[in-house]
Design a protein around this ligand. Structure first.
Ligand code: SF4
Ligand code: SF4
Length: 317
C-alpha cells in the first residue's frame, strides 16, 4: 500500500490508517482475538498505521495484534489537562501497548477551543518533555474545530494534526468543509503532518463510500485516512480500495449491509446533569422538556457521550 511521509518527521504512513475506536467496548465490543486478528491481517497486508486513544480502551487489541511488529506506527491520545495526568496517560499507553516508544501522542481535543494549549499547558509540556526524552516521536492534536486546526498550525511544537473532514461537513465545529480545508492547507504549508478522521461521517456517507473516501484522498495535504474497522469484509474492502484494486460487488454489498450502531439514551436513570450535551462534539444532544434527546441527523457515532454519563444511561445499539 502506498506510503507517504507525514509532516516533517521521519514517519512514512500508509494511506489507510486502521481506526480502532468502533471495535472497542464503547461501540461494537468485538472479542479480543477477533480484533487482534483484524489488526494483524491489516499489518500483514501492508497497513502500517493504527489509531487509538486512551478513552477508546482498545490498547489490548493493538498489543495482541501487533506482537513483534515494532515498526508499526501507532497514534494515541489523551484528554489529560495537567502534567501529571498526561504522564500517567503516557505510561499507561507504554505499558498496555507494550512499547516504550509511542509514535504519535495527541492532545485529545475534539470539542475544545483554540485556548486548549493554555488550558492544558501542563499536559502539553509533558508531551514535549517525553518527546525530548525519546519516548514520543511526534506531538499532535485531534480536533473537530476549524479554529483549533488554525491555531495548531501556528504552534511549532505541534507536529501532527488529526482533524475531522468529510464531504458533507458533518461534525465540523465552528466551520464547514470549505473552511476546514483552508485550515488544513494552512497547517500543511507550515509543515504539519495531517491525517483525517470521520471521512464517512459516522456512517452518514456510507452509501457514497467511494466518493466520500476519494474526496479526502485527493487532498494532497492529507497523508492518511483513519477509518474504523469491526468486520473482516470492511478490512478487505479498504485493502482493495486503497490499493487501487476493484472491489467485487458482493464484498461491497456485505460492507454496506452493516447497520451502523448509534447511541441510545435509555432515559431510565437520567439525572439531567447535561454532561452528555456538553461532551457531544456535534451538538447532536439537546435537553428536551424533561430529558435529553439525540438528533441522529447530526450524530457522527463518535461514542464520546457514553463514558461521561454517570448513570450509564447511554448505550450503543
Ligand atoms: S450523540 Fe454521542 S455518539 Fe453521537 S456525535 Fe454526540 S457524542 Fe458522538
Ligand atoms: S449524561 Fe447521562 S445522566 Fe447526564 S443528562 Fe446525559 S443521559 Fe442524563
Amino acid at each position: 500500500m502506498k506510503k507517504t511521509r507525514i509532516g516533517k518527521l521521519d514517519l512514512r504512513v500508509t494511506e489507510f490508517c486502521f481506526g480502532t475506536l468502533p471495535m472497542g467496548p464503547l461501540q461494537a465490543n468485538i472479542p479480543l482475538d477477533y480484533g487482534a486478528h483484524l489488526i494483524r491481517k491489516a499489518w500483514d497486508h501492508g497497513v502500517n498505521f493504527f489509531d487509538t486513544a486512551e478513552s477508546y480502551q482498545t490498547y489490548p487489541y493493538l498489543r495482541e495484534g501487533l506482537i513483534d511488529c515494532s515498526e508499526a506506527i501507532i497514534a494515541t491520545k489523551s484528554t489529560a489537562s495537567t502534567y501529571e495526568e498526561m504522564e500517567k496517560s503516557i505510561k499507561k499507553a507504554q505499558q498496555e501497548l507494550d512499547r516504550s516508544l509511542i509514535n504519535i501522542f495527541h492532545l485529545h481535543a475534539a470539542r475544545t477551543t483554540p485556548t486548549v494549549f493554555e488550558e492544558r499547558k501542563g499536559a502539553f509540556e509533558c508531551l514535549k518533555d517525553y518527546k525530548k526524552k525519546g519516548f514520543i516521536q511526534a506531538i499532535g492534536i485531534s480536533t473537530h474545530a476549524v479554529d483549533v486546526v488554525e491555531k495548531a498550525a501556528e504552534i511549532p511544537d505541534i507536529d501532527i494534526i488529526f482533524p475531522i473532514i468529510n464531504i458533507d461537513g458533518m461534525g465540523i465545529i465552528r466551520g464547514n468543509t470549505s473552511t476546514m480545508i483552508k485550515a488544513i492547507q494552512k497547517a500543511y504549508l507550515r509543515g504539519k503532518g495531517i491525517y483525517a478522521m470521520k471521512v464517512l461521517a459516522g456512517g452518514h456517507c456510507i452509501d457514497r463510500i467511494f466518493d466520500a473516501i476519494e474526496f479526502v484522498r485527493n487532498m494532497r495535504e492529507i497523508s492518511s485516512i483513519a477509518i474504523g474497522v469491526v468486520r473482516e469484509v470492511e478490512l478487505d474492502f479498504h485493502l482493495l480500495n486503497f490499493n487501487q484494486q476493484s472491489v467485487p460487488k458482493e464484498l461491497l454489498n456485505q460492507c454496506l449491509d452493516r447497520k451502523q450502531k448509534k447511541p441510545i439514551l435509555l432515559n431510565n436513570f437520567c439525572r439531567k446533569c447535561q454532561l452528555c450535551i456538553e461532551t457531544c462534539p456535534s451538538g447532536a444532544i439537546t435537553m428536551g422538556s424533561d430529558r435529553p434527546s439525540i438528533n441522529y441527523e447530526k450524530c457522527i457515532a463518535c461514542g464520546y457521550c457514553l463514558p461521561v454519563c454517570p448513570e450509564f444511561n447511554i448505550r450503543f445499539a
